[in-house]
Design a protein around this ligand. Structure first.
Ligand SMILES: [Ca+2]
Ligand SMILES: [Ca+2]
Length: 226
């Protein structure tokens, strides 16, 4: 009986009790580029110049060599800016509670609709708080030509800590080549990391009781074995 209660308690430890909410509003670009800033040049028709961006569902609509993507899912489409690392997307959000967070997004190489050995794109997702330096929480390098049109799920390898309050998020591309280096991004998410949390209402006394139970069980087993 004690074993059963203990196992139920230990199982509950593995369930995160943090409320789940994406800290990046409009991270799926369903409201266009609303809520974001950019150092790239916006276009609603032509992504042929380097360093331009738009929000759309089909890259081919904006460049004759970009891949065709079916469906009407809006995403951020960019022709990577050569030269210095301009901010493709900047966002200011707020963490309601300090703790560990996880990032995820999808990244697609969009060059080209014919096999093209152009440059890849290395996309960095970065966060800063309190005016400090930006730290990279996730990154992805495309792999042309074979991955053109393939959406890749990207996530932070380890959780990162956010203090309660404002944070700055940005996306940059560190590849300076012009030919190729074209990509799309979607489903930006920063959410509480799914780490073990204490069961609500049990707290430290509950944990002590469980550990005490373990000790008792261990002693009994030793006594039986001896
Ligand atoms: Ca989307
Ligand atoms: Ca390009």
């Amino acid at each position: 009986m004690k074993l059963k209660i203990l196992s139920v308690f230990l199982a509950s430890l593995a369930v995160s009790t943090s409320a789940s909410a994406n800290l990046i509003q409009n991270g799926d670009f369903s409201a266009g580029f609303t809520g974001f800033s950019s150092e790239y040049t916006f276009t609603n028709s032509n992504l042929q110049p380097e360093g331009t961006y738009t929000v759309g569902s089909n890259p081919h609509d904006y460049h004759p060599l970009f891949v065709s993507v079916a469906g009407g899912n809006p995403m951020l489409i960019a022709n990577g800016a050569p030269g210095n690392e301009q901010v493709l997307l900047g966002y200011t959000g707020a963490a309601l509670a300090s703790g560990n967070y996880a990032f995820s997004a999808s990244v697609m190489n969009i060059c080209c609709n014919v096999p093209f050995n152009g440059a890849p794109s290395t996309v960095l997702f970065q966060i800063s708080q309190g005016g400090g330096p930006f730290a990279t929480v996730a990154s992805y390098t495309t792999n042309p030509p074979g991955d053109a049109g393939v959406s890749n799920f990207v996530t932070s390898v380890t959780p990162f800590f956010l203090q309660t309050g404002l944070f700055s998020f940005r996306i940059i591309d560190t590849v300076s080549a012009a030919a190729g280096n074209d990509f799309a991004i979607d489903n930006l998410s920063i959410d509480a990391a799914a780490v073990p949390g204490p069961i609500v209402g049990a707290g430290f006394p509950g944990l002590l009781m469980a550990l005490g139970g373990l000790v008792v069980l261990a002693r009994r087993r030793r006594a039986t074995a001896a």
